[in-house]
Design a protein around this ligand. Structure first.
Ligand code: 1HE
Length: 264
């Protein structure tokens, strides 16, 4: 278990094992609904990870990953407070997507509303068969506010998100896999082990490679092709210039590094 600041976050459970941190949303009685405190604690955890941590596994306690925004706090907000609240969520989701280390999410049960916005901010999503995805904002008379309109269509397309919001369509784990909401689908109960396996592999990469994937890839995807290729050339040269890249290339040429193998 973590100590100090990370242990003081009462709506999260943070544990550290070697170079992987496990951050668990820990409000199961409310289906991990995200109130302001939980949102802020998530940001605090992500920006205060010890430097030896190279990847994060994010999961939810109880039967569901996350029920989204805590609706009991919604009624009390003015329009002006609503804008600021949405911007607060944007900051937290940015600290997931553009933080220091990649985040692997374990999805099970409800992954809905703000829970799907959080999931879509992570880098790799491992879903268990129980997972289902919904955007009930349409039914609640509101709109997404945690980055969903920017991130979810990049995974499933605008048409699918429109369907989910207008009609309340819920995607099951299989449909979520097909549409890119998860990259892995495993049996119930197997998600955490799979995510840890992936996070451990991620943590063994050169930090600058992971940085380039996290920071450059989504930006290049938003650029025109010529601009994207130009940024790619800079990122490639920077990554190659790092000592970690040089020593890894030497390891391969001197037969010390693993080959690319087919997965079994
Ligand atoms: C909540 C919330 C919540 C549960 N805010 N309290 N999100 C939603 O519209 C989803 C709303 N939640 C649900 O549809 C269901 O709760 C679940 C499908 C997630 C889970 O069902 P179930 O049967 O396991 O649990 P439950 O009995 O519905 O809920 C247990 C308790 O959690 C109950 O409180 P209790 O005091 O009666 O025990 C629920 O009220 C509470 N709870 N979900 C507050 N979301 C930045 S913009 C993002 C916009 C959004 O995310 S909108 C979508 C919000």
């Amino acid at each position: 278990p973590a100590t100090g600041l990370l242990a003081s976050l009462d709506l999260l459970e943070v544990s550290l094992a070697a170079n992987v941190a496990h951050v668990r949303l820990n409000r199961p009685a409310k289906r991990n609904a995200m109130n302001d405190t939980l949102v802020q604690q998530l940001q605090t955890a992500l920006v205060n990870l010890p430097s030896e941590i190279k990847a994060v596994v994010l999961s939810g306690a109880g039967e569901h990953f996350c029920a989204g925004l805590d609706l009991s706090e919604l009624a009390e907000r003015s329009v002006a407070e609503g804008v600021l609240h949405s911007r607060l969520w944007h900051g937290v989701m940015d600290s997931v997507q553009f933080g220091r280390v990649p985040v692997v999410a374990v999805l099970h049960g409800a992954v809905v509303g703000g829970g799907l916005e959080l999931a879509s901010s992570t880098h790799i999503r491992v879903a268990e068969r129980s997972a289902y995805y919904g955007l009930p904002e349409g039914q609640r008379g509101i709109f997404v506010g945690g980055g969903g309109s920017a991130r979810v269509p990049r995974l499933v397309g605008v048409a699918c998100m429109t369907d989910m919001m207008l009609t309340g369509r819920v995607l099951d784990a299989e449909e979520g896999l097909q549409r890119g909401l998860s990259q892995y689908l495993v049996d119930d109960g197997a998600g955490f082990a799979k995510a840890c396996e992936l996070a451990t592999r991620i943590a063994s990469n050169a930090p600058l490679s992971n940085f380039a994937v996290m920071q450059a890839l989504p930006r290049i995807a938003d650029l025109s092709q010529p601009d994207g290729l130009f940024v790619e050339s800079l990122m490639a040269a920077i990554a190659q210039g790092d000592e970690a890249a040089k020593s890894r290339l030497r390891d391969f040429l001197e037969k010390r590094a693993g080959k690319v193998v087919k997965s079994s």
